[in-house]
Design a protein around this ligand. Structure first.
Ligand SMILES: Nc1ncnc2c1ncn2[C@@H]1O[C@H](COP(=O)(O)OP(=O)(O)OP(=O)(O)O)[C@@H](O)[C@H]1O
Ligand SMILES: [Mg+2]
Length: 255
């Protein structure tokens, strides 16, 4: 399997939060800055409403369970069940808030020289089980003699796992996952390709927004990942063709 989905190659799209905020003082530049600002506020609005929704659902469950336990009408077994439910819902909120921290730029990356191939191998280890239960086959093409790059290993590992999990989830009936590393000028590229559902044209501009999900999931994976990539001076590019598959490429600077 090549990294290109079969048939006509899909149009190449690169999405980056910072792409409309370059310097300059012409009318076009002013418009660009205005757009970037508008986009920021739209993003904040989405973040707040998404957050409220994601926190309210588990909290409703917690409040309901506490009320039932307080009523004293439940037998001890049921009380244990409700306590377990409270625990798992509180975990959900805690994990949400941890993932949101990934969206904040206040945590600078702790960089260390890293072999990109080693990190890819580690990420693949994390999704091994998920791949086997989904019937997903793996193809790896890891470039030899890649430069070591100064990155926060935990953060980039999170990005890779997010991309891999998305790829696997796009192939519920099985398929081929291709992971490739390459050096291109001053960049190291790590791409994750799947032969899954692909992304609809109307969705592709929204997949990096917080809380956008077509899977009834949290919808934070890609927004957190893009933020981490940008904190490293890199970006994430996506190419996709509906019914054929998608390729997500993480692009990181060598220095
Ligand atoms: N490899 C892929 N193939 C098809 N669609 C994808 C792929 N990766 C991402 N998407 C689309 O982008 C959306 C956003 O992805 P993202 O990882 O941010 O959220 P999620 O996977 O839905 O939820 P979470 O990652 O928080 O569990 C997905 O819901 C899906 O519609
Ligand atoms: Mg995801």
């Amino acid at each position: 399997m090549s990294h290109e989905p079969k048939g006509r190659p899909p149009p190449r799209r690169t999405v980056s939060w910072s792409e409309c905020s370059g310097p300059g003082d012409g009318a076009v530049d002013r418009l660009r800055r205005q757009l970037a600002e508008d986009r920021h506020w739209v993003l904040c609005g989405k973040l707040v409403s998404g957050l409220a929704h994601e926190i309210n659902n588990p909290l409703d469950g917690v409040i309901n369970s506490v009320r039932l336990i307080k009523s004293g009408k439940l037998n001890p077994e049921r009380v244990q069940e409700y306590l377990a439910m409270i625990e798992s819902e509180l975990f959900r909120i805690a994990s949400l808030s941890k993932r949101l921290l990934g969206l904040s730029r206040e945590q600078p990356p702790h960089r260390a020289p890293t072999d990109p191939n080693e990190l890819v191998t580690k990420a693949l280890f994390f999704v091994d089980y998920r791949m086997s239960i989904n019937g997903v086959r793996l193809e790896r093409q890891l470039a030899r003699r890649l430069p070591r790059i100064a990155i926060d290993q935990t953060m980039i590992l999170q990005v890779l796992v997010n991309l891999l999990v998305n790829a696997i989830e796009s192939m519920p009936e099985g398929g081929l996952l291709s992971v490739k590393t390459a050096a291109e000028g001053d960049w190291v590229l790590i791409s994750v390709a799947d032969t899954g559902a692909g992304i609809a044209d109307e969705d592709i501009g929204r997949i990096f927004l917080p809380f956008f999900s077509t899977k009834k999931s949290t919808g934070l994976g890609l927004s957190v990942s893009m933020n981490i990539a940008e904190q490293h001076g890199g970006t994430i590019e996506v190419e996709s063709a509906v019914g054929k598959g998608s390729i997500f490429t993480l692009r990181l600077p060598c220095r």
